[in-house]
Design a protein around this ligand. Sequence first.
Ligand SMILES: *Cc1c(COP(=O)(O)O)cnc(C)c1O
Ligand SMILES: [Zn+2]
Length: 432
Amino acid sequence: MPTDHQLCCIGCGRSAFPTAPDFRCAHCGELLEVVLPKPPAEAGTWPRRWRERRTSLAAEDISGVWRFREMLPAVGEPVSLREGNTPLYQLPGCGRRLGMTQLWAKHQGINPTGSFKDTGMTVALSQARTAGFRWVACASTGNTSASMAAYAARAGLGALVLVPAGQIAWGKLAQALDYGALTCQVQGDFDACMRTLNAVVRRSPVGLVNSVNPYRVEGQKTAVYELLEQLAWQPPDHIIVPGGNLANASAIGKGLREMRERGWITHLPKVSVVQALGASPLAAAWRANRGRELTPVHAETRATAIRIGNPASWRKAVRVLEETGGDCIAVSEAELAAAKAEIGAEGIGCEPASAAALAGLKQWLSQGWIRRDETVVLVLTGHLLKDADYTLDFHRGQMAVDAAAERLRRPPVEIPADAAAVLAQLEKAVQV
Ligand SMILES: *Cc1c(COP(=O)(O)O)cnc(C)c1O
Ligand SMILES: [Zn+2]
């Protein structure tokens, strides 16, 4: 059974107030989080129950989110697209290059709309529909809008999308249109979209499903329930996640915290966050003052999913870094591009923002903060096909990268329709 729950403020701890339209505490303005009741004595048997559900044919057991419903708030009938149940892949090629044997990728891009956003959106849309909303809305760098539009369509609700004009990948914009959303390309960046939308939700009864919505965080945390199940409940040493608005890192931390409180794991993996250098306000704050104060920045990176200068969930993320002993760093555009090509060369692929996790790992290995004999799980947040332009630009040599990454370039070659021409290409390729 999904559980009764309270919303509590992460700042002042107050609870049980009516939900504000922007999901902020009426008293101090901080974010809210879902607090679940104390688990019953039988909670020790839940992991076995969750595993058994994998053979069930019932819709809410097939979903990799609702399968864990004992750890989710009661929000009515699930709006589901069979999200979750994503693969955990080993990365043997990257591992060999880095001298590691336990390097894994949890590929959240293998979700119905191609990003981890689906795991949160299924809970948020269920809650919005139950709460009586006719419309939902989000400001987005692309994946949130794609996911919201799909789940709103399934729920029978209208979808209002605000995206920064000219700054989101075509694949993501196409999804919002295809799923029938009212899509506004706002003249400004993501942070301007967010400001505009906050004013809209105060004036019109539309449900806000940006990641300040605490129900999204509940769905997103199930990624670590799945992960721990895939690892036979043996926590890895490190989980590394790209950070934009910082809700995903917060969700992963919350999921792990709740797992330890219930005794399913005995210690926490270190959860660490990687940002793009041009959009790294948390990395800067973590270095300067251990995340006590964060200064928003103007964000600039080709990894559009993490192009966020004023992250909403930074306080929640700082709590996760502190609790788990994690770290936060920033990586350059060249490091991102190289890491993305290396993941692609494993036959997996991901979107640019996701590759930040591998780029960050390489820095931490060279600093000695992560050891080569440790078990590391990279969270790949989005699908390769979200941003095909980026991949083409890399392979065609339109991006500055170092010599090692140059070797991963595979530009397409144009040839006559002639076997000899193909064989000549093959000859060249074999020699490299
Ligand atoms: C949303 C998103 C991120 C950033 O997640 P936050 O919760 O905003 O930190 C990273 N990668 C991809 C592919 C995303 O869609
Ligand atoms: Zn408060």
